[in-house]
Design a binder for this molecule. Structure first.
Ligand code: SF4
Length: 384
């Protein structure tokens, strides 16, 4: 456990949100219509655990329309009628970890690939050519190749083209994140995957990522390094989504209170089919209705949080969800290194669902009455 982790650990342990959450599952069942209506009547955008319990309860499933309307209203107030677009760029699929849900699992017979900095720049040029100015660099845990120096060199090459460069990679120290920030990388996405310790242990049997406490402490390191954007999330399907939502919210609330300079965003990755991953082993898959409930409940509790949705979801569902509070979407994504410029046949990390081109996704956003935003307008102000 690193120096930062004690407090968030204590919070989750005291509230019994790091286990199987039996206490909370009983609480959900006890929520009635009156509790949901009271929660909906409270100031929009204000967080309390009690309020969130009501909004994610089974009783609130009867109020999804009201929740959706309120979430939409609040999002337009805070973010305007805009949806930002980004694209992921995969750098390596060699991994030292054994996450059971992932096609890059070190034990899987995947075809793997590493991009040199020059190859990654070529991929980024394809992405830029599609209009993107917001790029997410993604890598498996391949420290020997995708190290701080590699990422800093790549960021240096991309800085003039992209307004926002963020990473979704293995856990680093605060010092390493500081070096990335100095190189022009201003955001880090790091999912806890699951806040349930037992499920975490099961799904992460080996490798550095098997350390739950270290994982939980890492967003502190990201924020301490001054990163402007911190993306949090749970991989939906590994444990009870209602309990995951409570723990995720407590984690976000803790980060927001402690590190005022960083903006927190939530992602909602649902498990997708992946190479050598048997979908039947997952007992907690989340349906569309509950995904809508989770997204709108978090919006109603966190007015200023970015809400991010990837191409894991179907076109039809994404068309619907961008009207309910989503502020950022990926488009035209490839989930294997070299996927944009077709320089390899590497196995993808997971299958995407929405296969539309970036242009088609932008048209969909316009048809929904919003403006697709390719550029991160905040950066010049934030970087001064
Ligand atoms: S989820 Fe990430 S760390 Fe785990 S096996 Fe896949 S690439 Fe590696």
């Amino acid at each position: 456990m690193n120096a930062h982790s004690a407090e968030i650990n204590r919070i989750l342990a005291e509230k019994e949100l790091d286990g199987d959450c039996s206490v909370w599952r009983e609480r959900f069942e006890g929520v009635g219509r009156g509790d949901v209506e009271r929660a909906l009547g409270q100031r929009e955008g204000a967080y309390s655990l009690e309020r969130l319990v009501a909004l994610v309860s089974p009783a609130a499933e009867g109020y999804l329309e009201e929740m959706a309307q309120a979430a939409r209203r609040l999002t337009v107030q805070r973010f305007g009628k805009t949806v930002r677009l980004y694209a992921p760029l995969y750098l390596s699929s060699y991994c030292v970890n054994s996450c059971l849900y992932c096609g890059f699992n070190k034990d899987s017979e995947s075809q793997r690939c590493r991009l040199s900095v020059e190859q990654a720049v070529a991929e980024a040029e394809v992405i830029a050519g599609e209009g993107f100015r917001d790029i997410l660099l993604v890598s498996s845990e391949d420290r020997g190749f995708v190290d701080v120096d590699y990422l800093a060199r790549l960021a240096g090459e991309l800085r003039d083209t992209f307004d926002s460069i963020s990473v979704e990679i293995y856990q680093m120290t605060a010092e390493e994140y500081g070096e990335l920030f100095a190189a022009g990388i201003d955001g880090v996405t790091l999912y806890q995957e699951t806040y349930d310790r037992r499920a975490y242990r099961y799904y992460h049997p080996a490798g550095p990522k098997a350390d739950y406490d270290n994982r939980l402490a890492t967003p502190d390191c990201i924020a301490a390094a001054g990163m402007r954007q911190i993306g949090l999330g749970a991989l939906l399907g590994l444990a009870d989504w209602r309990c995951e939502t409570l723990a995720l919210a407590e984690h976000a609330n803790y980060i927001i209170k402690r590190y005022w300079r960083s903006q927190v965003s939530f992602s909602f990755p649902r498990l997708r089919p992946a190479h050598e991953v048997d979908g039947l082993q997952f007992e907690h898959l989340v349906g569309d209705k509950n995904l809508v409930q989770m997204i709108t409940a978090l919006r109603l509790c966190f007015a200023d949080a970015g809400l991010v949705l990837s191409t894991r979801e179907s076109a039809e569902l994404r068309d619907h969800l961008i009207r309910l509070g989503i502020t950022k979407v990926s488009a035209g994504s490839k989930t294997s290194p070299g996927g944009y410029s077709h320089i390899s046949d590497a196995t993808e990390q997971f299958q995407i669902d929405d296969t539309r081109t970036p242009g088609q996704v932008a048209e969909m956003i316009k048809a929904a009455g919003a403006e697709p935003v390719w550029k991160d307008w905040e950066r010049p102000i934030a970087m001064e």
